[in-house]
Design a protein around this ligand. Sequence first.
Ligand code: DX5
Ligand code: ZN
Length: 223
Amino acid sequence: MKIAPSLLSADFSRIADQIGVVERAGADYLHLDVMDGRFVPNITWGPKIIGDLRHLTRLPFDAHLMIVEPERYVEQFRAAGADIITVHLEACVHLQRAVAHIRSLGARAGVSLNPSTPVVLLEDVIGDLDLVLIMSVNPGFGGQSFLPVTLKKLREAREMIDEFNPACELEVDGGVGRENIREVVAAGADVLVMGSSIFGAPDPATALRALRTLAEAPAAGKR
Ligand code: DX5
Ligand code: ZN
């Protein structure tokens, strides 16, 4: 099980400290939410900030591009140090080309689906992916409530991955915390993005470790 703390909920006035805390607590990826105010109604940061953060940690950078025409920027995000570059299916007219471009730059390629986008649309590209990201909230903000309808999508994506590309990771993003972490793991997620559940906690390191323990506990009946 991999845990990817989302910096969206971190305190940027002490960002080096916040990154160090989750790295020492055993985070697997650092999830970086790039928003442009067009694909989503919020704005965060671009390649310059990601490049500046790069020297603070050895954690792989998991860049989630919530921007229109993401293919125009993948080279810049790769140069800034992104290891995984995830684009939204809804934002790409030529999805296969975007994915191939990301891989040609030596990054791992991910595709994300909004809650209302059906998993079946990944069928013809699944073999080319390193990661599928199922949004469990409408993207744009941290701290939103998990949409239970997305559990079915996780199960469908799990089935598709198991059948066509078992090496592909299945990431879930939005509203994941102690109340539903067991359910998202049972539904097949193997990378858990968490923002407010980690950085919104009084002690992010303790929160991360407790969430991992919950996520990795054997399922009932399998002990
Ligand atoms: C939302 C972002 C998420 C966000 C999740 O659009 O893609 O990565 O940080 O935050 P939480 O875990 O608080 O829902
Ligand atoms: Zn995200």
